[in-house]
Design a binder for this molecule. Structure first.
Ligand code: ZN
Length: 88
């Protein structure tokens, strides 16, 4: 599935993820909870857990820009380069 992220505006990366996940945790009152999630919600949870682990979609490989934001390869490269430069 191609993923975008508000932390990387205009960038999409194809990422293979598990189609189903089990989430376990506890409420603010200490009650244990667990949820089995699939499809898009499973992808979203894995994406957010990546953030907790300090990982961005850019860590998964080749990024490309959303078609609406880039009309050619040169512009795509510039969008990605500018974003990466902003992280330094
Ligand atoms: Zn994100």
């Amino acid at each position: 599935m191609d993923e975008g992220c508000l932390s990387c505006p205009g960038v999409l990366v194809r990422i293979q993820r598990q189609s189903q996940v089990l989430v376990e945790g506890q409420t603010v009152n200490g009650q244990r909870v667990s949820y089995t999630c699939d499809r898009v919600l499973a992808h979203c949870i894995q994406h957010e857990v990546d953030h907790l682990d300090g990982r961005l979609i850019l860590d998964y490989g080749l990024a490309r820009t959303e078609p609406a934001l880039a009309t050619d390869d040169a512009r795509s490269t510039n969008v990605i380069r500018n974003f990466l430069d902003s992280l330094l």
